[in-house]
Design a protein around this ligand. Structure first.
Ligand code: PEP
Length: 235
């Protein structure tokens, strides 16, 4: 079973979500599909689709205007959440420690956190890619993590929404590092996803890379004609 996560960002509505869930229910796939939707669309998933949020608060509750707690997300029936997505790291100035707090809240509330790590263009240009990935993984995993109760998504930040992906060799090297760190930490069953500019055209090549257990898809998860072929072509 492979994992395919859609990140709708600030897009979609209830009608589009219902239609997408019906479409996915009608295809024959063994893959686990998780749709991470805006807070207002959170709901219980169906057998074929899990529903996730795109972030959760670092805190349990209290004076945090605009924030949404993991308990609140769980109460909608949703069962997963992204944490540490590049766009959240950028606009909320999240450090790896902040991301770990969010992931801890998610796990505490029985949500499956998808912890995103990856380098910016500047970090890539200065040869820091592997260091950033290593620190991202080691520092963003919370204390209450166990083997398999979280997911890591490698998302090179410069490639998100850009229509370009790293070379196959670069993706393979990044995933190898992540797998080695996870194994060393005792998390050998934790899935590792690749994300950034995944499409129906490149998904098979990406999925053929060792240690790639699934994909995180942004833009191409919004329309069924783009997303369904991705789900069906991943075996
Ligand atoms: C994302 O936002 O997580 C993402 C992978 O976006 P895109 O597929 O559009 O690059």
């Amino acid at each position: 079973m492979k994992i395919i996560v859609g990140n709708w960002k600030m897009n979609g509505n209830a009608e589009i979500l219902a239609e997408m869930m019906t479409e996915i229910a009608n295809i024959n796939t063994d893959n686990r599909v998780i749709l991470c939707v805006p807070y207002t669309l959170l709901r219980t998933g169906t057998g074929a689709v899990m529903i996730g949020a795109q972030n959760v608060s670092k805190y349990d509750m209290g004076a945090h205007t605009g924030d949404v707690s993991a308990a609140m997300v769980a109460a909608t029936g949703a069962s997963a959440t992204l944490v540490g997505h590049s766009e959240c790291r950028a606009c909320l100035h999240d450090t790896n420690a902040d991301v770990a707090m969010r992931a801890e809240q998610a796990i505490k509330n029985d949500l499956w956190p998808i912890i995103c790590v990856g380098e910016t263009a500047a970090e890539r240009d200065t040869g820091l890619t592997h260091k950033i990935i290593e620190l991202g993984v080691r520092e963003s995993i919370p204390n209450n993590a166990t083997n398999g109760n979280f997911i890591i998504a490698y998302e090179p930040r410069w490639a998100i929404g850009a229509g370009v992906i790293p070379s196959i060799t670069e993706i393979a090297a990044a995933h190898k590092i992540i797998r080695e760190i996870l194994n060393e930490m005792g998390f050998d069953e934790t899935p590792i996803l690749y994300g950034a500019s995944v499409s129906a055209d490149n998904v098979n090549e990406i999925m053929s890379i060792k240690n790639v257990d699934g994909v995180l898809v942004g833009g191409a998860s919004l329309k069924k004609d783009d997303f369904i072929p991705i789900i069906t072509s991943v075996k």
